[in-house]
Design a protein around this ligand. Sequence first.
Ligand SMILES: [Zn+2]
Length: 267
Amino acid sequence: MLIDSHCHLIHRKYEKTTDQLINEAIAEGVEKFITIGTSITENKRAIELAKKYDSVFAAIGIYPHEENNVRGKDPNKLEKLLEEQLTKSSKIVAIGECGIDISDDWEGGRNPEEQIELFEMQIKLAKKHDLPLIIHNRNGDEPILELLEKHKGSGLRGVLHCFATTWETAQKFLDLGFYISFSGMITYPSRKGLLETVDKVPNDRFIIETDAPYLPPQGHRGEVNEPKYVKIVAEKACEVKNLPFEEISRMTYENTCRIFTKLCLKP
Ligand SMILES: [Zn+2]
């Protein structure tokens, strides 16, 4: 029993069909998938996939640099479009991915102030619709913590996806009630520093993901990542936390269901 709590099943990088990706993952014990939208167009496709496959659920949101067009300049317009999308499916389990991405690789991306405005719109939307947030964080510890602090005690909840910073920072997110999600990055020799956080995050706040097609685990670097490799992330967690595979898979499954409540509702 495994859940890939964060993958991009609709990514153009895939040569395999979605059927293949899903069936191969199911054969490895993956029972549920949260496929992530990053723009209005991708959200729409994520919602369609969730309709088509019982095991697939959707998260919808605007990535910090996506939709940076005429319509995307106005967070109110994007908010209306997201709200409209929320009415399209009962299998939308979260708002995201959204957050902060401060890097030079985005041409024509948003500046930090614009990103904060866009992120805060999605925080408010998550609160209004009582949905968890899926937060993307690249060099954004400070602004993200500041925003979450501002909404502390409001019932806001969520996940720091693909966690990649320090235990000190993780503790601050944990204090705010957030869950921490780890990807194949924890298998990279160059990211050994992350293992302290893997070890120390309490067992009831620990979840796993692939972020496929990005970040393939060690042994598959240079390939296109797939949801089936969430098993490799689980195996690494076993090694670091010194727990049997059954325990890691049971606890990450239960934690993922607890934070993404709609994921495990019985029809
Ligand atoms: Zn992602």
